[in-house]
Design a protein around this ligand. Structure first.
Ligand SMILES: Cc1ncc(C[n+]2csc(CCOP(=O)(O)OP(=O)(O)O)c2C)c(N)n1
Ligand SMILES: O=C1C[C@@H](O)[C@H](O)[C@@H](O)C1=O
Ligand SMILES: [Mg+2]
Length: 637
């Protein structure tokens, strides 16, 4: 037996985190950058004491809301292409319950994050401790059990020595590209401070090798055959392309064999929008170009994608009678989808190996690509010039609000600014190497369709969970990952209201973030949805009890925190605010009042939703019938 070192469980945890390294493509780097904390009685005397005594290289950041700080950690890891993480330490009970939403976000997006919620007493001596839920059917159940369904790996440490096997398992999961996601290790609050004689070898430098999994010969042969048999193959670029850093291999293959690309939200900006074979976002929030190409395709090559309903228009985007699927994915589970020919391997290596094997091949898509792109560019140009008028105005979302209601909004919010016009002005004005982030509401759809990311990896959309509240907190993680870049949170008023506490954390640690707040006074996209499916406008607008549209001074809120703020209601004011915001050293917020119904509408796409089967409203009955028409042409699994 080697020598031993006596440490508390928490001291051992922090010492271990300092010794984790990741090794990818011959490059080795520390895996854990730091730790976010909100101290409560459950962690301040254990993990808090250990960090105060010796944090090692870990940066310690104080969060303001557990969900928010975990979202920041998730965005950081996503930006670091899953090769570096922050840990998150919370107290027990409500502090850990606040992690559930964030854990779901990390899980749905396959993003590694280490969650360290405190747990109730292992000895049970003081039970029920403060904030213990006291579940009647089992004393062993605590709030932290709620994290099980949203964790990739979950454990409870009830003795100091259990920490060793728990952490080793946890880091194996965190660094596995096929399974990475949230790892939750709950440590009983008494155990956090208890000591044990740990073997020194536990704290040796550990290198987690992420070797690229190669495709087998059989897989390559099957893939080549499928592509050669296809006349119109289309590559669906998922997030896996980014994580595999496969941009060069993908563009080379696409260019050489004339295979166009379409993107999921997670895959967008893996390849720059100016790449001539890039047809943009596909699916429910996709472009007309991408959705038309999908309908024409006879082979979909899905790379690193989960094929969510948004990406596939609820499995109606393709002609399933003739379209085949080839899936390249490190996850076997994902590769199995849509009865595809499976290549369970790393994207970059697979594309490298496919390239020479397709020699002599050329798809029939070649001449169609520039036509589709030109058609979409014209539509994008039109959307950049939408202007409101007080009579005869036809917003993008049609037949929902009368002109009278649109005028009422213009008066109440003091604006005539349409959302698409504002968004495209932003795209034109900010530097093209700055990074934007969004996650929920109508903006992700507009962004996937309209945002031109001219520089790779400058578009960060959390659309696996589409979690409101990720926007501001995630942008803090973005800035921590890219201290030298301008970063922009693109957020609706609803999402801003749900959670923006980490703006204060950003200010506290001099991490400049820019918040571009689109205030349309309501849950706009859901209001569109309910009205599109035959309902009235019901509880989605922000109206007072006496039916007045609310006009909230969000700029004043951020000003109160110390941010530099701007109030804008025209394109000119927006552009000058953006220019001035670039010059600031502190965080900024631009409070943009925009008109409802002026976001983009769908382009040849459909979404399967739970429409009411019984209703006296004709519109709802029609929507229900339409659903079954659409299901006739969809794949049923
Ligand atoms: C945490 C969470 N709760 C609820 C939802 C459902 N939801 C999706 S978008 C939305 C409204 C968003 O409103 P806002 O941020 O103002 O964006 P808008 O659609 O008006 O552009 C809601 C409630 C969600 N995505 N996330
Ligand atoms: O229900 C939803 C509808 C989507 O349009 C939106 O972007 C997303 O946030 C959501 O949750
Ligand atoms: Mg809104």
């Amino acid at each position: 037996m080697g020598s031993k070192i006596r440490l508390t469980t928490s001291q051992a945890l922090i010492k271990f985190l300092n010794q984790q390294y990741i090794h990818v493509d011959g490059r080795e780097s520390p895996f854990v950058e730091g730790i976010f904390t909100i101290f409560g009685h459950g962690n301040v005397l254990g993990i808090g004491q250990a960090l105060e005594q010796d944090p090692g290289h870990l940066k310690v950041l104080q969060g303001k809301n557990e969900q928010g700080m975990a979202h920041a950690a998730i965005a950081y890891s996503k930006e670091k292409l899953r090769k570096k993480i922050y840990a998150v330490s919370t107290s027990s009970g409500p502090g850990s319950a606040n992690l559930v939403t964030a854990a779901g976000t990390a899980l749905a997006n396959n993003i590694p994050v280490l969650l360290l919620p405190a747990d109730t007493y292992a000895t049970r001596q003081p039970d029920p401790v403060l904030q213990q839920i006291e579940q009647e059917y089992s004393i062993a159940v605590t709030t932290n059990d709620a994290l099980k369904p949203v964790s990739r790996y979950w454990d409870r440490v009830t003795r100091p020595e259990q920490l060793m096997s728990s952490l080793i398992r946890g880091f194996e999961v965190l660094t596995d590209p096929a399974r990475s996601g949230p790892v939750t290790i709950c440590i009983c609050q008494d155990v956090e401070g208890e000591a044990f004689d740990y073997e020194e070898s536990f704290f040796q430098k550990r290198i987690h090798y992420v070797d690229r999994k190669e495709p087998s010969e059989r897989e390559l042969e099957a893939a080549v055959q499928l592509i050669r048999e296809s006349r119109k193959p289309l590559i669906l670029v998922g997030g896996g392309v980014k994580y595999s850093e496969a941009r060069e291999e993908l563009t080379a293959l696409s260019e050489r064999y004339q295979i166009p690309l379409v993107e999921t939200q997670a895959g967008k900006s893996a390849v720059e929008s100016t790449f001539r074979n890039n047809l943009g976002g596909m699916g429910i929030t996709g472009t007309l170009a991408a959705n038309k190409a999908a309908r024409q395709a006879d082979l979909i090559i899905g790379i690193g994608t989960r094929y969510t309903d948004f990406a596939t228009s609820s499995k109606t985007a393709f002609d399933f009678d003739r379209t085949k699927f080839l899936n390249i994915n490190v996850s076997r589970m994902q590769a199995y989808k849509l009865d595809a020919v499976q290549v369970v391997a790393d994207a970059k290596v697979t594309l490298q190996q496919l390239y020479p094997l397709l020699e002599g091949y050329s798809s029939d898509f070649g001449p169609v690509i520039p036509e589709l792109r030109a058609e979409w560019d014209a539509e994008r140009e039109r959307l950049s010039r939408v202007e409101f008028s007080r009579s005869g105005f036809l917003p993008e979302i049609k037949n929902q609000f009368s002109q009278e209601t649109m005028n009422e909004y213009a008066d109440a919010l003091g604006t005539e600014l349409p959302q698409t016009t504002a968004l495209l002005a932003i795209n034109d004005t900010i530097e093209n190497d700055s990074i934007i982030l969004s996650s929920a509401g109508s903006l992700p759809g507009d962004l996937q369709r309209l945002w031109n990311a001219e520089v790779p990896n400058t578009y960060h959309l959390e659309y696996g969970y589409s979690c409101m509240g990720y926007e501001v907190s995630g942008t803090l993680g973005l800035k921590l990952a890219h201290p030298d870049k301008e970063v922009y949170s693109i957020v609706g008023d609803g999402s801003f209201l749900m959670l923006h506490s980490e703006l204060i954390t950003a200010m506290q640690y001099h991490q400049k973030i820019n918040i571009l707040l689109f205030d349309n006074s309501g849950f706009g996209c859901i209001n569109n949805l309910q009205m599109d499916y035959g309902s009235g406008s019901f509880f989605c607008e922000f109206r007072t009890a006496d039916n007045r549209i609310m006009n909230i001074d969000y700029a004043k809120v951020a000003e109160g925190y110390g941010a530099k703020v701007y109030r804008v209601n025209s394109v000119e004011a927006l552009k000058s605010a953006l220019e001035d915001a670039k010059l600031q050293e502190t965080s900024t917020l631009i409070d943009m009042k925009v008109l409802p119904k002026t976001m983009t509408d769908g382009y040849d796409s459909w979404w399967n939703l739970g429409v009411a089967e019984v209703s006296h409203k004709e519109g709802i009955q029609r929507a229900y019938e339409h659903k079954f028409e659409m299901l006739k042409r969809s794949k049923s699994y």
